[in-house]
Design a protein around this ligand. Structure first.
Ligand code: A3P
Length: 328
């Protein structure tokens, strides 16, 4: 397994060229950093913008690459674990007591383009060529901003989306826990207004989801669109779909032997949350792993949103997704 580079969460580290670009972009207060900027139609932090530019200029997808995509807090950690376990199950049998997922957080097994691969590293050719095949990547980058070679190659893309009410609540709670030094807390009501106005990392939420949704409808062989709630309701049938799309379908024999159920169990919230590495370790951006595992409950938003907030967000969602074939 290749070692994943975890960039530090420092404020500096953007080039003068990027600083010049930032000065020309619309800017808002950030959720966990000082500011976010509207870049190619989406709200991002400065170092992410620099990394996305490098990714767009330099990344060459291979037909065998697998790309997992999400907007933050919609099930990224879960999807990384599932894809890693599916693709590597012959190399790392699910029932073995030394399975990598028992000792590493999924973010240390599947790199993000914009954090681990391209943040602070314009052209990491050496790192990329050292990755085992098939290379599995993850990203929060919207479909429209993907490197061209991802769109034109035969590499597969999987997107997971989550109900926006739960995504908002999960985002606010998480970003409050990982705020950068010196950044004041973002009050819940203010964060809610920002979410409704689309001002959330990699948002607007609806544009992010619709980018992948529309592509999955036009090119179902290319993009598999999954929903967090459907996966929670019936993980086994979605695992079979996921494995098939990734090009690693379960055999009849594996199904009969209960391998799909075992894989689901290995990657379940309850199992992962209790692992020592996820209770005490650090991974993505050096944040504590335990913060990635909160409740994983569908509909937890009812404990946070007032009836008027719910009504406002539902109206927004209805308007934004009208005619798309997708509803929440
Ligand atoms: P909650 O905050 O609602 O608990 P992401 O991985 O994209 O950051 O998403 C985080 C959300 O996924 C959190 O939701 C977290 O609890 C939940 N989660 C983490 N691991 C999971 C797993 N193995 N299965 C299902 N949900 C998981």
């Amino acid at each position: 397994m290749a070692t994943i580079i975890q960039p530090k969460d420092d404020k500096d580290g953007v080039t003068n060229e990027c600083k010049k670009l930032l000065s020309s972009l619309p800017k808002e207060r950030g959720w966990r950093t000082e500011h976010i900027y509207l870049f190619q139609g989406y709200w991002c932090q400065p170092k992410q913008i620099q990394a996305i530019l490098s990714f767009q200029s330099h990344f060459h997808a291979l037909d065998s690459d697998l790309v997992l995509a999400t907007i933050p807090k919609s099930g990224t950690t879960w999807l990384k674990a599932l894809a890693f376990a599916i693709v590597n199950r012959h190399r790392f049998p699910i029932s073995k007591s030394d399975h990598p997922l028992l000792f590493s957080n999924p973010h240390d097994l599947v790199p993000f383009f914009e954090y681990n691969v391209y943040m602070g590293n314009e052209d990491p050719a050496g790192y990329l060529s050292g990755l085992p095949s098939p290379r599995i990547f993850c990203t929060h980058i919207p479909y429209s901003a993907m490197a061209d070679s991802i769109k034109s190659s035969r590499c597969k893309v999987v997107y997971i989306c989550r109900n926006p009410l739960d995504t908002f609540v999960s985002s606010w709670i998480y970003t409050d826990k990982i705020r950068s030094d010196g950044v004041p807390p973002l009050p819940f009501e203010e964060a809610f207004d920002m979410f409704c106005e689309g001002k959330i990392g990699y948002g607007p939420f609806w544009d992010h989801v619709l980018g992948y949704w529309n592509e999955s409808r036009e090119r179902p062989d290319k993009v598999l669109f999954l929903r967090y709630e459907d996966m929670k309701a019936d993980v086994v049938s979605h695992l079979k779909k996921l494995a098939l799309h990734l090009g690693y379908p379960f055999s009849e024999d594996e199904e009969e032997r209960g391998e799909v159920e075992r894989l689901a169990e290995l990657c379940s919230f309850e199992k992962m949350k209790e692992l020592e590495v996820n209770k005490s370790g650090k991974s993505i951006m050096n944040f504590e792993n335990q913060k990635l595992f909160r409740k994983a409950r569908v509909g937890d938003w009812v404990n946070y949103l007032s009836p008027s907030m719910e009504e406002r967000l539902r109206k927004e969602i209805e308007a934004r997704f009208q005619g798309s074939g997708l509803s929440f």
